[in-house]
Write a protein that binds this ligand. Sequence first.
Ligand code: ACO
Length: 321
Amino acid sequence: MGASITGVGHYLPEKILTNQQLEQMVDTSDEWIIQRTGIKERRICRDDEFTSDLAIKAVDNLQKKSDINLDDVDHIIVATMTADYYCPNVASRIQAHIKSSHAGVIDINVACSGFVYALEYAVGLINSGMNKKVLVIGAEAMSKLVDWKDRTTCILFGDGAAAFLLEDRSSTDFLAFIKQSYGDLGHHLVCNGLSNKLNKGIGQTITQSGRDIYRWVVSNIPKCINELIDKSNLSLTDINWFIPHSANLRIIEAVCDRLNYPISKTLLSLTLCGNTSAASIPLAFAIAHDEGKIKNKDTLILHGFGGGLSQLGIVIKLNNL
Ligand code: ACO
């Protein structure tokens, strides 16, 4: 018995913000953004649209595609750093929508690593025998936390949501996990909450030291992926798809280069969605699944990295999708 992915869905807000439109807002250019990040456009919520609205639509999409009953879900885990409210959490809004009266409801925030963390918890709940059916959602409205006058961050982020259903099946899809935390480097990526001790003088908008994070990613993520591969008793040539957090194409190219892994076997959501934080990995997965790229029996690495600083990687072999 064990946790298996049995359904996926996603949703992107309708409004598109292109690099050309950003040229009218800040001192930047389409050429700079594409060359430094690989991003061409991103989706942005309406003023009256929030993370839970995106998450609910991603769950509706999952239900429509899979025709799965969700009113007996045991747990709803939402990874987000842009919850609509401190209270109630986003998971509670989803629970009200799908009417799963006995479901546990929890949001977790590990910034861009959040979705893979949420997957690890869901697998723990199912593999321990506590739960049979868990909804895992990555959803973000990053546009609400962006300073639209700051060209170093506003060109990066976008909004979106994607959902996975995990169910107890004859064997688990989840072959190995590895996580590493670097709390002493937390000041490199900050969005102030009730305290502004890490980033004084800045309001509730996201700020990051791009170059420091870039260096940290390129020197640490390849090591983590190699350890993960060793743990799963596989080799990188067994991996059909690598889905890293879609932060920046240049970073992913540098990571693939160090791993000697072909960039053509990575799946990213960043070109048309930007950096959607906790939504980026499940979005890349769900879009590729819709396109028929990801198939049942594929072996994948999902790897989240970002705020904390934090990273978590998972090896998955799909058995029921
Ligand atoms: N348009 C034009 N010029 C710009 C822009 C812009 N939008 N933004 C910055 N510049 C300028 C800078 O001012 C600088 O000018 P200067 O040399 O005159 O000082 C120059 O471009 C180079 O700036 P860098 O910051 O060195 O640019 P870099 O090549 O590092 O790219 C970026 C910046 C895209 C942010 C990159 O560093 C990056 O992606 N870092 C990692 C981000 C990341 O992975 N974050 C973690 C995940 S996010 C999460 O957890 C929520």
